[in-house]
Design a protein around this ligand. Structure first.
Ligand code: ATP
Ligand code: MG
Ligand code: MG
Length: 350
């Protein structure tokens, strides 16, 4: 059987490994850590640095197709992989999506709406950007941020120097604070033949910068904006000749969908698709990168709610199982640190 190489070994790799196994593929994970959530659900594990071109090359040569579950890799690592085999989604998607400034330029270049933004590479840039954009605003590092890390909110009269220090004085972006009632994501899959399918867009609720719940159907305010947001996401996918699952996050703003960020991969706001859709995001990602026909993305229930189990929340998992309509997913992480995604629970409304 064929082997799928996955860069990154977290819970997304774990769930990709399960989907791949169901289709008869084996998975080989490459990651700097000795172990991780994907370790229980993959066939091969190589511990290696992303900077180690020789080890990465040997890994790429040992697999039939390459994908990634994590976009914060050194772009050099991806160039190395691309020199050895087929990387799906395409390397350009990763280059763009791993940099907030690049992704905002890319989406505005295709006609998308974003928060007002400015590049910040120094305290002087920040002062100028604050004059232009005003407060409230958010300073975010261009790279390596997730779950709200690497961000600082700047209110009226706040100290610019303190904000610049708080993000670590690294290349960043200042974004105007968008007023919105709700957030949602567009999750699509594009096959090697250009077939594009969308899952229902979930309403996403974040608490302290971390996704708390994703719910479908999302309700009328979001439903009214999904068509425009999908058209935007399709443009991005087609412009990149994308293959695999692609996620774009949006705010439902007063004037229409406001693009926040994109992920060139399966996404936390799509975990509900495992039980809640006819074909999950994980299965369709595997199908797409392996050149198989895509599965139906339609709903398998009247409604679905996915709730993340964060930090100590995961301790209550026995109680969750007491309700028979709950589907529990635990990621095999041993240490329940605050703010850490330990698992999720999906509830179907039949
Ligand atoms: P993820 O874990 O989704 O990758 P992240 O760390 O990349 O998160 P963002 O998605 O940029 O962070 O921001 C996290 C959340 O903070 C958003 O989902 C939204 O609730 C809020 N937020 C971010 N940017 C803005 C903005 N410009 N205006 C208003 N709210 C914002
Ligand atoms: Mg992000
Ligand atoms: Mg986000």
């Amino acid at each position: 059987g064929s082997v799928i190489g996955i860069l990154g070994g977290g819970q997304l790799g774990r769930m990709l490994g399960v989907a791949a196994a169901q289709l008869g593929y084996r998975t080989h994970v490459y990651v700097p850590e000795a172990t991780g959530p994907a370790a229980d659900c993959c066939s091969f594990w190589t511990q290696g640095a992303y900077e180690d071109a020789a080890a990465l090359g040997a890994f790429a040569d040992a697999v039939d197709v390459l994908t990634y579950e994590f976009e914060n890799v050194d772009s050099g690592a991806i160039e190395t992989l691309a020199g050895h085999g087929v990387v799906r989604p395409p390397v350009d998607a990763l280059r763009i999506a791993q940099d907030r400034l690049r992704e905002k330029h890319y989406v505005t270049g295709l006609g998308g709406r974003t928060a007002p933004f400015a590049a910040v590479n120094s305290i002087d840039d920040l002062t100028a950007a604050l004059e232009k954009i005003g407060t409230p605003s958010i300073l975010k590092t261009n790279r390596f941020g997730y779950d709200g890390k690497g961000q600082v909110r700047i209110g009226e009269g706040a100290d610019a120097a303190a904000a610049w220090d708080a993000v670590g004085q690294v290349p960043s972006i200042l974004e105007g604070f968008v007023t919105f009632d709700q957030e949602f994501s567009v999750i699509l899959v594009r096959g090697g033949d250009g077939d594009v399918r969308f899952w229902d867009s979930p309403a996403n609720v974040h608490v302290d910068g971390i996704l708390a719940t994703s719910t479908v159907p999302a309700g009328p305010a979001i439903a009214a904006q999904v068509e425009e947001a999908r058209a935007m996401a399709r443009k991005v996918a087609e412009a990149l000749d994308y293959v695999g699952v692609l996620t774009l996050e949006f705010f439902a703003g007063a004037a229409g969908p406001v693009f926040n960020e994109m992920a060139p991969r399966v996404h936390n706001s799509g975990h509900w698709t495992i039980e809640g859709a006819i074909t999950s995001q994980f299965e369709n990602h595997i199908r797409a990168i392996c050149g198989l026909p895509l599965g139906d993305t339609g709903l398998a229930a009247r409604g679905v709610e996915m709730r993340n189990l964060i930090g100590a929340d995961a301790h209550a998992w026995r109680d969750l199982l007491a309700d028979p309509v709950n589907h529990l997913h635990l990621y095999g992480k041993h240490e329940a640190r605050a703010g850490r995604k330990m698992g999720h629970v999906t509830r179907l409304e039949l």
